[in-house]
Design a protein around this ligand. Sequence first.
Ligand code: ADP
Length: 139
Amino acid sequence: MATNRTFTMIKPGAVRNGHIGAILEHIVAGGFKIVAMKYTKLSAEKAGEFYAVHKERPFYGELVDFMSSGPIVAAVLEKDNAVEDFRTLIGSTNPAEAAEGTVRAKYATSIGENAVHGSDSDENAAIESSFHFSGTEIY
Ligand code: ADP
C-alpha cells in the first residue's frame, strides 16, 4: 500500500539559479505538506552513497560531482499517494520529455542537472528520508 510520505532534494543547479522559492511554492500548491526541511550540502562521499545504486552507470561520476557542487534543500513531504503524485508533479528525468508545467520542465537545464530529486518507491522514500533526517527532525 502507498504511504503518504516522499523525499525530495532541490539540486545544486536549481539552488544556484535562484529557484528554491518557486519550487517550494510549486510543491505546496500541489498539495504537499513539508514535514522536514534543511538547507545543506552533500560531500562527494555522501552524494556517492546516496546514488550508490547508479554506481555502474556512465553518468555516476558526473552525478556525484554535480550533487556535491553546492548547497541543496532536502525535504520530507506528506500527501496521500505521495511518491507517485510527486513524480507526476516533477515530470520525467529528462526535462526535454517532462510534461509542460512540471517542475523539471520549468527549472531543469539538462537530464543530469534536472532541478529536483523525488523518491521512486515508498521503501526508498523511507531510506532517503532517514539518510538526511533523524526522527526528531520530522514533524
Ligand atoms: P530520477 O531522478 O528521475 O529517479 P534516475 O533514478 O534514473 O532518475 O537517475 C538519478 C539521477 O541521475 C537523475 O535525476 C539525473 O540527475 C541523473 N541521470 C539520470 N540519467 C542520466 C543521464 N543519462 N545522463 C546524466 N545524468 C543522468
